[in-house]
Design a protein around this ligand. Structure first.
Ligand code: X5A
Ligand code: ZN
Length: 686
């Protein structure tokens, strides 16, 4: 089974540049590639990846997404004089040509296709193509926005053709709208295109009405084009994650792609002169991580924009580290998405309500009718899209004596190293129990010496009369040992089977709180749980079947699914729209994941949950199972080891009552858990 990560790169793609003065194009420099590649090298990441050579794309491949006339025209550029190149360039928007750019553009496509081939033939699990020129703005017969050929669009068409794929997901996290990709797949339901982009009610480049949330695709492709416009700059981690949890991920799971392509532009990171957003490079660790459980882990990231060389290099490294499976950094201060982000979120969900089950039965409509956007644009003035952006008051920039724009130096801390403990997963099973564990997974045979004393202390503290049974004590000692090993960074995560689950949960929480600030307990199954939630350090999310007595604490979140956790659609909805948002906001130092007997949860769904939860607590998850059954133990251990979970297949219908119950839960909790918001708060209400 492929577990490697590919990097596709060739220095040749640095050998073209802007040869004349053009303020719109001067940021697209060869150093974008050398800096990114250099950072991967100096951080020791490159040597952990498989390097795959680039190749030139063939005419046939280029023609998958472009017209013959356009290809023939670009073919002439290597022979043009400087003057001819300038004239040729002028027919397109915000792009430049160079005698070597045609060659590089063929390599950029070739690099992308090499990556797709390596992933599809399972030579590697995933990878990144570091390419120039970028692609997502280029169109059938036009260069645009630094792009000549549409690398990712060609890759999707190529994958459909050569591997007979029926569903490809394109996630475009670049800060610009990849209108070229949208045009290519607008009426094609086999390619789902998602893009978020700086928009500011159409006043930001490329200033298109069709970049707004109401462009949902056409004909058979209706519902398969998702635009999230950012109408303000300064969006941060909470805004980005909200859109992933409440828009992209639910749709992506419902779509069930066979391959994920990422238009990986890093101009959406802090410090970028184009994007002016506020998300630090660590966010890309999480965006990548959250996409990795899809399509059996088949993910190809392809560089698009990114113009602050520091932010770009750091973001590239974060992306690659997630692809490699390194522990994701903790994100502090995830709390409330800004009002403008919520407005976009609400509008895009409402526009897509007719097409996606995950948005059905939700009572929230669009933000005021008729839509707020046109009127705002037509009011003119500050937001008149006709004005070039530099002349707009809110975007006035400092200018130096040369008349050049001076970028205010924005600073942010360098991302911390993401070092992985020597052992990824340790499994504690009762003595004598045989289990076929995944390769590389360590079996914990003996509890640590100190665990005996520790357990005694916990027993006193909990005033626990039980804990007499030898088998029980042996299991609890192993559980304590796993937590200690996690704490001293010997192991990243662990799995234990325990005979008395309520007691084990109590002990684990009690012990964990001596070394971490906050714990997240995720319980799948019914039953009452004697976890002390009074001080807000422990958050308990329970995915269950029976409606519990009204919980008194904001830290007890029971999500009820009528048909039980075995209903995959309901289970997934609970995980994506409730569990993950509160979990990220809680920012635990440990995740305790509990599978109780008879919960009915499907193994594949549990595996997905296990994968997703590893984005929290730097991957410190302790999974507890009630019985040492081979299937669940192996599936859990595999997920903890980083093996992509099996596909869930078509999700089926969502039970309307479940959705309504979850909405009710949201209403109860959203004052405390702001990450649950999916609409603009109503004025006058608190
Ligand atoms: C790939 C990319 C941006 C073009 C901006 C033109 N292009 N103003 O980020
Ligand atoms: Zn961009």
């Amino acid at each position: 089974m492929a577990s490697k990560t590919a990097i596709v790169y060739d220095e040749e793609m640095t050998r073209y540049k802007l040869l004349w003065v053009d303020p719109a194009c001067k940021i697209e420099v060869p150093e974008r590639l050398t800096a990114s590649h250099g950072a991967l090298l100096s951080k020791g990441l490159l040597e952990r990846c498989v390097s795959i050579p680039v190749r030139q794309a063939t005419d046939e491949e280029i023609l998958l997404a472009h017209s013959e006339e356009y290809l023939e025209a670009v073919k002439q550029t290597p022979h043009m004089t400087l003057e001819d190149l300038m004239t040729f360039t002028q027919q397109y928007g915000d792009v430049y040509f160079h005698p070597n750019i045609f060659h590089c553009a063929k390599l950029a496509i070739g690099a992308t296709l090499q990556l797709v081939d390596s992933v599809m033939t399972e030579k590697v699990r995933n990878g990144l193509a570091l390419v120039r020129p970028p692609g997502h703005h280029s169109q059938r017969s036009a260069a645009n926005g630094f792009c000549v050929f549409n690398n990712v669009a060609i890759a999707a068409l190529y994958a459909k053709k050569h591997y007979n794929l029926k569903r490809v997901l394109i996630v475009d996290w670049d800060v610009h709208h990849g209108q070229g990709v949208q045009y290519c797949f607008e009426d094609d339901p086999s390619v789902l295109y998602f893009s978020w982009h700086r928009y500011e009610h159409q006043s930001f480049w490329p200033n298109l009405p069709e970049s707004d949330y109401d462009s949902v695709g056409k004909g058979k492709g209706a519902g398969f084009n998702i635009n999230v416009p950012w109408n303000k700059v300064g969006m941060d981690h909470s805004d980005y994650l909200s859109v992933f949890f409440h828009v992209l991920l639910p749709v992506a799971y419902e779509f069930n792609p066979e391959l994920v392509l990422v238009c990986a532009g890093f101009d959406s990171a802090i410090g970028d002169p184009e994007g002016r957003m506020n998300a630090t490079p660590e966010i890309f660790a999480h965006l990548t991580h959250l996409l990795m459980p899809l399509a059996g882990g088949k993910l190809c990231a392809v560089l698009e924009g990114g113009y602050n060389l520091t932010a770009l290099s750091q973001s590239v490294c974060q992306t690659v580290q997630s692809l490699l499976g390194d522990p994701a950094p903790q994100l502090a201060n995830i709390s409330f998405p800004c009002e403008s982000a919520l407005e976009s979120l609400q509008n895009v969900r409402s526009a897509h309500q007719p097409y996606w089950t995950c948005f059905k039965h939700s009572a929230v409509g669009a933000v005021s009718e008729p839509s707020t956007k046109r009127s705002r644009v037509e009011e003119g003035g500050a937001e008149n899209p006709q004005l070039p952006e530099q002349q707009q008051p809110e975007q006035q920039q400092l200018t130096g004596e040369s008349g050049d724009t001076l970028e205010e130096e924005i600073e942010w801390p360098e991302p911390l190293p993401r070092s992985a403990p020597p052992v990824r997963t340790a499994v504690a099973l009762p003595a004598g129990v045989e289990a076929s564990l995944p390769e590389g997974c360590q079996r914990l045979e003996e509890a640590t010496q100190t665990s005996d004393k520790t357990l005694e202390k916990i027993r006193d503290h909990l005033n626990e009369k039980g804990m007499k049974d030898e088998e029980e004590i042996a299991a609890l000692r192993k559980l304590v040992s796993l937590l200690d090993k996690m704490n001293c960074k010997e192991i990243r995560n662990g799995l234990a089977t325990v005979p008395d689950m309520p007691l084990a949960v109590k002990v684990a929480v009690q012990h964990a709180l001596t070394s971490v600030d906050r714990v997240l307990v995720v319980l799948v199954g019914d039953d009452e749980w004697p976890v002390d939630l009074h001080d807000g350090r422990v958050l308990l999310v329970q995915i269950c079947c029976k409606e519990p007595a009204t919980p008194k604490s904001q830290y007890h979140i029971p999500v009820c699914i009528k048909q039980g956790p075995g209903d995959v659609a309901g289970f997934l909805q609970a995980v994506l729209s409730l569990l993950l948002p509160v979990a990220y906001q809680h920012n635990p130092g440990l995740v305790l994941e509990v599978w109780t007997q008879g919960s009915g949860v499907k193994e594949a769904a549990w595996a997905q949950l296990t994968s997703l939860l590893q984005g929290l607590a730097m991957g410190h998850t302790l999974a507890l199972l009630q019985k040492s059954e081979d299937g669940p133990v192996r599936a859990t251990a595999a997920s903890l080891m980083g093996t992509p979970a099996p596909d869930l297949g078509p999700l089926g219908a969502l039970c309307p009552e479940d959705v309504q119950a979850m909405e009710k839960l949201r209403t109860r909790l959203e004052n405390k858990w702001e990450m649950l918001h999916i609409s603009v708060p109503t004025k006058g209400q608190d």
